[in-house]
Write a protein that binds this ligand. Structure first.
Ligand SMILES: NC(=O)c1ccc[n+]([C@@H]2O[C@H](COP(=O)([O-])OP(=O)(O)OC[C@H]3O[C@@H](n4cnc5c(N)ncnc54)[C@H](OP(=O)(O)O)[C@@H]3O)[C@@H](O)[C@H]2O)c1
Length: 340
């Protein structure tokens, strides 16, 4: 026996990837519904070897559905997630709306799967921000061994993190630069993204940081340990898919770079590619379509007592969103909504 699953935002970057991953991982499904806005009514999306027709979220009745994987922005989530949850359908949400709600568990299964039981308070489970998800997968096993005090992270985030409009903008600008008769237009991003980098993701906060940076701080604390200090600089780069992060970690205890490499090799969700030679590290293009969080350039930071540097790369649409959501659905099924 399988589940009745709804994918909400099925025409978007994350929603389409959710459908791919549900099929790839053979998630036990009895019935699937694909939902988006009225604009997309009847739009066809792929699910394994099937083609499904998109339904209108606004008129959909969630009664009798086991789980809804939401991948729409915070606005539609605010309107529809409580309705789905009230109808008895467990919502696994990708937006930032519920991540910081104490009554909603924020889950990365490799790190805090046991927190899932808290979902019953609101019938909602939150999925973290893409840049947080891959970072905590790499930090968790190191924290267990040597206790992390502080993390300094700089991100190199792909345009797909800004939805399908972000990808279109990089594509259109790149073409326009090579065509002297067309203008390079900026819509989704605040400055030209083609052949450029932008040190600004999401809105500015009062202290001068951006909301994306604040999310990495708050979410790492909620998922791993409230005592860990995090400071982040989040940067958009002209890469279509795959976020990269330069992560500097300060530990309470000494952790040798070779031991760190061995720990990460064994850790769930991690894949170490770390040869000290030309090309002996991973870049975002190589991670597209993969499940793992890749770790390279693991090395001691000799400027502090117990420090390590590493380079962490993952497919933001997968571990950063769709894969993590499907993994949560798997834990939910196994631990809480057993069938058959
Ligand atoms: N991209 C990432 O790396 C990433 C990572 C973590 C979390 N997230 C979060 O995941 C969510 C989806 O992101 P995305 O990148 O997939 O965005 P996207 O490519 O722009 O897709 C948005 C989806 O939401 C649907 N939608 C928008 N407004 C709607 C409404 N009023 N009613 C019903 N459906 C509506 C769209 O349907 P139509 O096609 O009908 O407009 C589309 O299916 C966002 O909350 C985002 O913050 C994204």
């Amino acid at each position: 026996m399988g589940y009745r699953v709804a994918v909400v935002g099925a025409t978007g970057n994350v929603g389409r990837e959710m459908l791919n991953i549900l099929a790839e991982r053979e998630f036990p499904i009895d019935e699937i519904a694909v939902l988006a806005s009225r604009r997309s009514l009847g739009t066809e999306v792929s699910f394994g070897d099937k083609t499904l027709k998109t339904q209108d979220l606004d008129t959909f009745d969630f009664t009798g559905w086991d789980m809804a994987l939401f991948a729409v922005g915070s606005g539609p989530t605010k309107e529809y997630a409580p309705k789905a949850a009230a109808a008895g359908c467990v919502v696994i949400d990708n937006s930032s709306l519920y991540r910081y709600d104490p009554d909603v568990p924020l889950i990365v299964p490799e790190c805090n799967a046991e927190a899932i039981h808290g979902y019953t308070k609101k019938n909602i489970i939150a999925n973290p921000n893409c840049s947080t998800a891959q970072m905590v997968v790499a930090l968790k096993p190191l924290h267990e061994r040597a206790k992390i005090k502080r993390v300094v992270v700089s991100t190199y985030q792909s345009v797909s993190g800004a939805g399908k409009e972000g990808m279109d903008e990089l594509w259109d600008q790149t073409k326009a630069i090579y065509n002297p008769t067309s203008d390079v237009e900026t819509k989704k991003f605040t400055k030209q993204i083609a052949f450029n980098v932008i040190p600004h993701i999401d809105v500015f906060m009062e202290d001068g940081s951006t909301k994306e940076e604040w999310k990495m701080v708050a979410e790492t604390k909620k998922i791993l340990d409230s005592k860990i200090k995090v400071t982040a600089t989040c940067v958009r780069v002209p890469v279509f898919v795959g976020h990269s992060e330069a992560v500097n970690v300060e530990f309470e205890d000494f952790l040798d770079e070779d031991e760190a490499r061995d720990i990460l090799r064994e850790a769930p969700g991690c894949m170490v590619i770390d040869k000290r030679e030309d090309g002996g590290y991973v870049t975002p293009i190589e991670c597209v379509g993969d499940f793992a969080t890749f770790i390279s350039r693991i090395r001691q930071d000799s400027t502090i007592e117990n420090g390590l540097n590493m380079w962490v790369v993952s497919d933001n649409l997968r571990k950063g969103a769709a894969l993590n959501a499907v993994q949560i659905a798997e834990v939910l099924g196994r631990e809480c909504l057993k069938k058959g």
